[in-house]
Design a protein around this ligand. Structure first.
Ligand code: FES
Length: 166
């Protein structure tokens, strides 16, 4: 299937490019926008961004491989981020991550068998006093314990069941 983006993403991309004196400087923001929509940066996305900014694909590929925040594989429909930085780690962040993995029968960095979630460790989510902290997409969950893990998993399953079938 040919690479395509939503019209609103395309509008944001065209707008972002105007913020830079030379097009190529917009490579990082474009990668963020594409990942925000598609969840990862595919080879087609690399080629599309390169063409858009009049770069060689290798120039964009180098950025994707250099910066750890860019993913090269698809993720689940929901993205679960577990903070592993000191304060959260000391308060049980690793255990929380294990419990979430069990809830969804998956391992960190993989897509769960039902395609619903990808769980990843991330660095500080700027809520260190209320760890362990978990983000589900853009929603922050604080002081996550075993009961909250179950609640989060239940909520994700409920929302998945309510989603119209494609
Ligand atoms: S250490 Fe987890 S939010 Fe800062």
């Amino acid at each position: 299937m040919a690479f395509s983006l939503k019209p609103e993403t395309l509008t944001r991309i065209d707008e972002v490019i105007t913020h830079y004196p030379v097009k190529r400087s917009a490579a990082l923001p474009l990668l963020h926008l594409v990942q925000e929509e598609q969840g990862y940066i595919s080879r087609d996305a690399i080629e599309w961004i390169a063409a858009k900014l009049e770069l060689q694909p290798i120039n964009v590929y180098e950025l994707v491989t250099f910066y750890p925040m860019f993913r090269q594989e698809p993720i689940g429909r929901r993205h679960i981020k577990v903070c592993r930085t000191l304060s959260c780690a000391l308060n049980g962040g690793y255990k929380v991550c294990e419990s979430l993995e069990k809830e969804f029968c998956t391992h960190r960095g993989e897509v769960s068998p039902d395609g619903e979630v990808t769980i990843e460790f991330v660095e500080c989510l700027a809520s260190c006093g209320s760890g362990p902290v978990v983000m589900v997409d853009d929603e922050l969950h604080e002081r996550v314990d075993a009961a909250k893990v179950s609640q989060i998993a239940e909520q994700i399953r409920r929302e998945a069941a309510a989603r119209p079938k494609a």
